[in-house]
Design a protein around this ligand. Sequence first.
Ligand code: WTA
Length: 701
Amino acid sequence: MPDTRPAPAAAATTESQIAVHWREEEYFKPSPKFVAQANLTDPAVNERFAEKNFPECFNEYAEMLTWYERWQKTLDTSDPPFWKWFVGGKINASFNCVDRHLAKYKNKAAIITVPEPEDEDPVAVTYQELFVRVNEFAALLRDFAGLKAGDRVTIHMPMLAELPITMLACARLGVIHSVVFGGFSGEACGLRAADSGSRVLVYMDGYYRSGKLIDHKASAEIAVATAEKEGQKIDKVLVWRRYPGKYASAAPMVKGRDVFVDDVLKDYCGARVDPVPMDAEAPLFLMYTSGTTGKPKGCQHRTGGYMAYVTGTSKYIQDIHPEDTYWCMADIGWITGHSYIVYGPLALAATSVIYEGVPSYPDAGRVWRIAQRLDVNIFHTSPTAIRMLRKAGPDEPKKYHYHFKHMTTVGEPIEPEVWKWYYHEVGKDEAVIVDTWWQTENGGFLCSTKPAIDPMKPGSAGPGVPGIYPIIYDEKGEEVKAGSGKAGNICIRNPWPGIFQTIWGDRDRFVRQYYAKYNKDPKSKDWRDWPYFAADGAVLASDGYFRILGRVDDVINVAGHRLGTKELESACLTVPEVAEAAVVPVVDEIKGRVPEIYIALKPGYAPTKEITDRVIATLETMIGKIARPKRVHIVPDMPKTRSGKIMRRVLAAISNTLDTGDITTLANPDIVEQIRVAVQGKEKLKTQEGPEDLKQFGTVD
Ligand code: WTA
């Protein structure tokens, strides 16, 4: 039984500790049926990937790929922390995801796209069809747009098959793609295009979202203007059409600059482009991510190491076989989509599902209908999506006849409460769950259970995956030991093939941000002196499982005790009426910071003082008086990004009467004023200059 006793030691924690209050949960075991078919069942993997076999252990992943020339050296550490992997090897990512499968699988679906309108049927692209379309578009990129290996291209597209086709066509030529999440604004796209030095943009004219055909091309104008303001001229905008031949945007096509891809492609019918053998260290793509400071950083990923790492982890952790129908609900515009919709699954010849629109439209059953219709057997999503689906339709999954063998959660800590709903209701007690912790910078998973080998523990990501040796350090650089109950900064002691090469154009920031904190000797060429600093808080249980608490700046310091916002939220979620919870720090004269709680209720419940009181009582019993919130606000909905993350930054700003900053990119900007009025009253209060930690709170994601 899980331990549900109140935390005994909350008041006794010392300054340097972060109080951690999620109870250790009982284990769940994978079913014999899952184990019987799994790719990785032999515990000898632990020995193979043990430190004494590092770095050569990673040859096992590289050998899953097809190389033009084998590497001479697995890891070169001569210029720390700029590690080089599979040195001397020559490889092409597009060849590995497409051409090499033709002999066996050419008539098998590579990508199935599910359009949002339910009267449009899903469309399957076979490996043969993918080969044709990638070749023709690569010919267009090379001969019409004049692109060659090493050039950068910025791609701003929704979730349709043309997006992975564009990426794979770039990879075929060695052109470095930079995909900007389709939901970002034109301005965000333009800034990234300028930073990467792209002179070509690839767009889609429109796409469906929540029942509306969105005019997406309109943002290209803003992107071009923004890039030009930054000194980057855009020569060409290549525009795919949602319906070839029928333009879905009101934005004018600029002569000499904008072209419809379906028009120009006619000239390349039947074209074949030999994949360019790329150096293993040649960059494959850039992925921009936000940091604590304003400017997004372009994480530069290499070809050989990245491909090896995503292929190996897709096989061992995602348990992907060529026969599987795999659906990751992430957007390809994020790292999860790159690694675990496109490159990993396709390198293994799986069928990868992508879908247009949002999970909750037209109703809360859509996700499960897709799973049923396509007979998806591997499912991959985020805690936010799980919470949202649970809120919108807790009983929906039951109504559909699908069977998952495997489910993934990624992106945030998952509350045990939510994990169990995922396991019992979505997974129908049949599917194994992996809680995978990693970051844009990392290329692939860092912590997770091995699904057929390690038992699952709700709320814990698990041990380091094969070949990853995590460690927790305190602020002084002392190791925080397993089972101590203390939290600290999780780091990875060793390099791995999926780690990014650098921040595009900013080597100093790369070293400063990720390695300077715990580097033992800046002159050392020994990788042991260069732990990777992940900027996440974590605790390590005595069983070797890591529990991730969130970004180090997502921690609330209450009277010298730091409380992970996630644990408070998890406690709130045990109150049966509560669907979603968000915790932010507010200034308290005595205690420094105290938590303030925002909750949204499940459908059918009205806000009452009784619920508020129960939330407070639950926090006090599950965590301790130290967690007593200043106030509890019951709100109609949370402010969310278009990818579904709750914007705690905005709530923290409201709670602390700070400037809410730019809210135009939210999915539901109108909710912000409603919440402000509910919290602060009708009259607009003068905003304050907040202390640094509050201004930073929730800005890293
Ligand atoms: C958080 C997403 C807890 C973490 C792949 C990390 C997680 C940040 C988990 C990276 C998880 C990711 N449990 N927290 N399983 N996975 N995170 O760059 O704080 O979008 O630093 O990469 O998400 O987010 P990013």
